[in-house]
Design a protein around this ligand. Structure first.
Ligand code: CP
Length: 319
């Protein structure tokens, strides 16, 4: 089956999803990111791999970490970075997404980094570029609706590999609002591809997809049961902006059953690491004592995100 994110040589053309991305490419991204951590941590200032290239950040949805770390990553690769301010752009006057893209292509764009509330928006742009013979322009999905957030999934894998080395010996729990979470979908796809033998999903029935059984995971509705003996706890944000109607009695009730507290974390292995993609709802999905505690690797995730985004962009368009 044709994979729209690979070119005819099987190389990365766009990064749209981790679902179906070959293991070799996934591992290659993590390997390429490793030396870039020196740039992310500013031990090395800049590299010339994207010199003369223009990267357009198109964020149609709010972002702190993803937009900023893409900008930092592109600048440290010496690219020119243009952040389209969507609220003051002609999108607000009714211009279509593809008309906006065509106009930015006329400004000699080399790469679009796209976040959009609609699942599939980055695919639409990638297909449009392919159909119109502009194969030299690359698209990176920075989060589309409930569908995928591939660079978040990759930076999470980088973080796990950094602290735990071997994926094939791990038990990993993904906790919370899987139903609305593009992060969860990308994480589960990557953990599966990288050979994690036990992936657990923990959450209330109302916040899990109905086809969860087909995802190759073990489902737990009791958080204490699900956390027993795990190596990695991947917390998810409650995606209130994507919920239609009342799926939860209250945030206090949610915290009681599914909030990560120190006493629940004590059921995991003593050296378990805790990840969260941010932004965190403290006191709802995670207690501050855990978020700021010794098992949390939430801020290193952000720094690794720069290195991983440098790796993706340099694989797509680097010289
Ligand atoms: N993790 C994540 O996507 O965060 P932002 O929404 O701040 O980009």
């Amino acid at each position: 089956m044709h994979n729209p994110q690979l070119n005819k040589h099987g190389e990365l053309q766009h990064l749209l999803t981790l679902d179906g991305l070959p293991k070799a490419i996934l591992s290659q991204i993590l390997d390429i990111a490793a030396p870039f951590t020196e740039v992310a941590e500013r031990e090395v200032k800049k590299l010339p791999l994207l010199r003369g290239k223009s990267v357009f950040n198109l964020f149609f949805e709010n972002s702190t970490r993803t937009r900023t770390t893409f900008e930092i990553a592109a600048k440290r690769l010496s690219a020119d970075v243009i952040n389209l301010n969507v609220s003051t752009s002609s999108t607000a006057k009714g211009e279509t997404l593809l008309d906006t893209v065509d106009n930015l292509c006329a400004m000699q764009a080399d790469m679009f980094v796209v976040r959009h509330a609609s699942s599939g928006a980055p695919y639409l742009i990638a297909e449009h570029l392919q159909r119109t013979g502009r194969d030299h322009i690359h698209v990176v999905n920075a989060g589309d609706g409930r569908h995928a957030h591939p660079t978040q999934g990759l930076l999470d894998m980088y973080t796990i590999r950094h602290y735990k080395q071997d994926f094939t010996k791990l038990t990993v729990a993904v906790v919370g609002d899987v139903l609305h979470s593009r992060v969860a979908r990308s994480e589960i796809a990557a953990l599966t591809t990288l050979g994690v033998p036990e992936i657990r999903v923990i959450g209330p029935k109302t916040l899990l997809p109905t086809d969860i059984d087909r995802m190759g995971v073990h489902v737990f509705h009791d958080m204490r049961e699900g956390l027993k003996g795990v190596d990695v706890v991947m917390m998810l944000r409650l995606q209130n902006e994507r919920m239609n109607g009342a799926l939860l009695p209250s945030s206090q009730e949610y915290f009681k059953f599914y909030g990560l507290t120190q006493d629940k974390l004590a059921l995991a292995k003593p050296d378990a690491i805790v990840l969260h993609p941010g932004p965190m709802n403290r006191g709802v999905e995670i207690d501050s004592a855990v978020a700021d505690g010794g098992n949390a690797v939430i801020l290193p995730q952000v720094t690794f995100g720069i290195a991983v985004r440098m790796a993706v962009m340099s694989m797509l368009a680097g010289s």
